[in-house]
Design a protein around this ligand. Sequence first.
Ligand code: NAP
Length: 293
Amino acid sequence: MRVAFLGLGIMGSRMAANLDRSDFELTVWNRTTAKAQAFCGGHRAQRAPTPAQAAEGADVVVTMVVDGPQVEHVLLGTDGVASGAHEGVLCVDCSTIGAAATQRIAAALHRRGIRMVDAPVTGSAPRAQDGTLTIMVGGTTADVERARPVLQAMGETIIHVGPLGHGQTVKLLNNAVAATNAATLAQALIAGARAGLDLEALVAVMRSGSAASTMVELKAEPMRKHDYSTLFKLDHMLKDVRLCLEESESAGAAFPYAALTRETLVAAATMGHGEDDFAALLEPLERGAGIKL
Ligand code: NAP
């Protein structure tokens, strides 16, 4: 199967590497050419100068860029996939862009004979590297089954969650819970420090107790060390929580804890932490408490 992969950032470079290690004939494109050149230096993949050229002859096109406007540009803009792909090609968008953007882009693609599924991922850079991502897919059964071999090369758990767009909504809710969990963890560390606790003991208990979570595993130590080496950019988490709140509001559901998390993320971004890992949401909370861990 011939696969085009567009977007070689933190996640995309690792996901494309897993496709390259499998039996796919891979062509990659990235906005910053140097990254695509570096990728092709270490892999079998071919580099294409535009998304349209990457899509020529491809059976499946995977996109992993940041947001809706970027996906739209890469698929439907000048030199975009739609101007190079053959009719019947399947677009698998793994970016987190929200259900409304997915529906709009898919409708425009369908008018040009191109199919689409939304397949956002969770698991962050380490699981993208290991090929053990969880991937939530929205689309028709036929399209999802067509995408499955490609998804299985990048992920361990592939869940067909419903029709087109439902992958996005599931992903946004998942991330709002993760971000809110991280904000709660940061507040617990600050409260523990204020109370004079041994934070190592606190974290050890939380890891094996009822407070255990992926956020405790991934973010407690970086928060304690103020090490914000980026696994998932804070600006991207803010994008996701904002989209989640928009979707929840249009569905008529309140999500006040996610709204509080959004304010914390906005404060951290304003302090200059947008490109840092979202563990940096600790910073405005520390500032508010007048304490450094
Ligand atoms: P990233 O490292 O910032 O990479 C973003 C990619 O998008 C890069 O290839 C970048 O190209 C490209 N891009 C940026 N602006 C563009 C534009 N205007 N036109 C075309 N391409 C453009 O981000 P990431 O962490 O890989 O995240 C990618 C997506 O996955 C996001 O939707 C994010 O929310 C989601 N996600 C991330 C994680 C995580 O843990 N990191 C986990 C799950 C889901 P350049 O190289 O030219 O900048």
